[in-house]
Design a protein around this ligand. Structure first.
Ligand code: IPM
Ligand code: MN
Length: 301
């Protein structure tokens, strides 16, 4: 029997409802298919922050390092600023464990109505490969002259060759086992330094995989095309922010962001990966027992 040591962080809001529901399903799957989960639950999140001033204990990352995978519910509570809750838990885990791929499969399941007219389940089956460690989500920057007329904020997007190449390589390899089509989300017409660089690295990856069909599309047009012609897309590789936005849009056309899964992956398995539904803590419906656990179940799968 294969045993997997899983660190469970239900987190906040509906994370605490969908996580136990999903674990029941995963445990049943284990009984049927010959694997067992050894789970350790960590009560980290916004309550922990309000009690202790930290989203998770000082040694939390060391605790997590020693597991096979992390299963996360959701993070966020209206009375705790998002940049505190997310930069105190989710983002440090993604970065410390070099989970540089955020894998977001999108499928229209039979029986789930799409908001698009006339689409069939076969037409919506794509995977967004979102860069998860760098790009627009950068700590480099700062603010000056707080509260004055001259106030200013600067945020430095950061794209490294290593960080860009590895996520693109992942996307091409993934496409090899699927339809063989990769699309790169870009914005090199408006973003003058980082996006032409992104395109260069995409051209480099394309040249390394001549058997695959590669195209690049500007992110604004891509957003429209994913709505108008979703069947055209299979693997889409995108920077951190573009992938974030596009994955909510794609989940919406597949009927609900509530069922979309994600894997924050360290493909080399040097560190544990983390699996979480794409939806957030949903404070508007938390505590009512009506949250749909499919996103959490599929992430667990
Ligand atoms: C996601 C979320 C996070 C992100 C937020 C909560 C920081 O939207 O996982 O998609 O932008 O990465
Ligand atoms: Mn998001």
């Amino acid at each position: 029997m294969r045993r997997h040591r899983i660190a469970v962080i239900p987190g906040d809001g509906i994370g605490r409802e969908v996580t136990p529901a999903a674990l029941e399903v995963l445990e049943a799957a284990g009984r049927a298919h010959g694997f067992a989960l050894e789970t350790t639950e960590h009560p980290w999140g916004c309550d922990h922050f309000v009690e202790t001033g930290r989203m998770m204990p000082v040694d939390a990352l060391d605790t997590l390092r020693d597991t096979d995978a992390i299963f996360l519910g959701a993070v966020g509570r209206p009375d705790v600023p998002d940049h505190i809750s997310l930069w105190g838990l989710l983002i440090p885990i993604r970065r410390t464990f070099r989970q540089y791929v955020n894998l977001r499969p999108i499928r229209l399941w039979p029986g789930i109505p799409s908001p698009l007219r006339d689409v069939t389940p076969e037409q919506i089956d794509m995977v967004i490969v979102r860069e998860n460690n760098e790009g627009e989500y950068s700590e480099i920057g700062g603010r000056l002259y707080h509260g004055t007329e001259e106030e200013l904020a600067v945020q430095q997007a950061t794209f490294t060759r290593r960080g860009t190449d590895r996520v693109m390589e992942y996307a091409f390899k993934l496409a090899e086992g699927r339809s063989g089509r990769v699309c790169s989300a870009t914005k090199s017409n408006g973003i003058i330094h980082t996006m032409p660089f992104w395109d260069e690295r995409f051209a480099h990856a394309t040249a390394r995989h001549p058997q695959l069909e590669a195209e690049q599309v500007l992110i604004d047009a891509l957003a429209a095309m994913v709505v108008l012609d979703p069947g055209r897309f299979d693997v889409i590789v995108a920077s951190n922010l573009f992938g974030d936005i596009l994955s909510d849009l794609a989940a919406a056309i597949a009927g609900s962001i509530g069922i979309a899964p994600s894997g924050n992956l360290n493909p080399e398995r040097e560190c544990p990966s983390m699996f979480e539904p794409v939806h957030g803590s949903a404070p508007d419906i938390a505590g009512q027992g009506i949250a749909n656990p499919i996103g959490a179940i599929w992430s667990g799968a």
